[in-house]
Write a new protein. Structure first.
Length: 269
């Protein structure tokens, strides 16, 4: 009697053991599936991040207009759900910053492996297209244009509605283009950055010398190519030390996305 129950018990244990083993086999399969699934998600995550990155890089005036519309929506929604929007904005700007940091790293990597003279040659501001004279300026050459220099505290709104003031020093873009003998047939001016980010402006927009700061009725700004921000020159190791700055066209104008950092070229069309 005892012996047979021990036998039954060991049979049961054996059965359990083999069930567990089979179970493990299935589990193993599932684990593989879930690894694949995770990879799938990870891949998608990377794709999204890359998409975002390239969107940002290839931001055009049309995109910017979409951003402006989105921003208007946010502003309209604002009073209804203030706190939530603020949270979302913070989250979005963080993502934006992360993306920018990512872009920066990606841009910097190939540079740092190259030799010094090539890097210096890269940091030249070019003016090309419908101009009587193709021009190219080093930072020092641009800084020596005393009669074109403008310094001011620019008010800005970004596409998430964040407002700020930033002091910039640089040259008056329209005066610089006059110096390059811009063609009387020219229609637009495109500002192109080394990362592919670009903004196109009509000639009237570039000529305008009275961009506003919605918070300061006395302030008037031209479009400038800045080399100094908050009293600090841009680090030439991080790319061309030239940034296009524009004030607001009218109150509420989301002007910050129109700024173009690390300018490679000004193309007159
Ligand atoms: N070259 C370059 N310029 C750029 C961008 C960019 O991704 N690349 N982003 C634009 C956007 S969306 C904004 S809001 C502003 C941010 O300006 P900041 O760098 O002074 O914060 O830069 C603009 N200029
Ligand atoms: Mo932005």
């Amino acid at each position: 009697m005892k012996k047979s129950s021990i036998f039954k018990l060991s049979l049961a244990i054996l059965l359990c053991f083999s069930l567990i083993l089979t179970g493990c086999g299935n589990k193993g399969g599932k684990t593989e599936d879930s690894v694949n699934l995770e990879n799938g998600i990870e891949d998608k995550g990377v794709e999204v991040a890359e998409d975002k990155g390239s969107n940002q890089v290839e931001e055009t005036e049309a995109d910017e207009e979409i951003e402006e519309e989105q921003d208007e929506e946010v502003l309209v929604e604002g009073p209804d759900d203030g706190e939530k929007n603020i949270g979302e904005k913070k989250d979005q700007s963080k993502k934006e910053k992360d993306n920018k940091a990512k872009n920066r790293v990606e841009n910097k990597e190939p540079e740092s492996s190259e030799d010094e003279p090539a890097k210096d040659a890269k940091n030249i501001l070019k003016i090309e297209g419908s101009v009587g004279q193709k021009l190219a300026f080093s930072l020092d050459q641009l800084k020596s244009k005393n009669n074109l220099i403008f310094k001011g505290n620019f008010f800005s709104i970004n596409n998430f509605g964040t407002k700020s003031y930033t002091e910039f020093k640089g040259v008056n873009l329209w005066k610089l283009l006059e110096e390059a003998q811009i063609s009387s047939k020219a229609k637009t001016v495109e500002i192109i950055a080394v990362d592919g980010y670009k903004m196109e402006f009509t000639l009237d927009q570039v000529k305008r010398q009275d961009y506003i700061d919605e918070t300061n009725p006395d302030a008037k700004f031209p479009m400038i190519i800045a080399w100094e921000e908050e009293g600090q020159e841009y680090d030439p190791e991080e790319g061309p030390p030239f940034k296009l700055i524009i004030g607001q066209k009218e109150p509420g104008d989301v002007n910050k996305p129109q700024w173009v950092s690390k300018i490679d070229k000004i193309l007159v069309k």
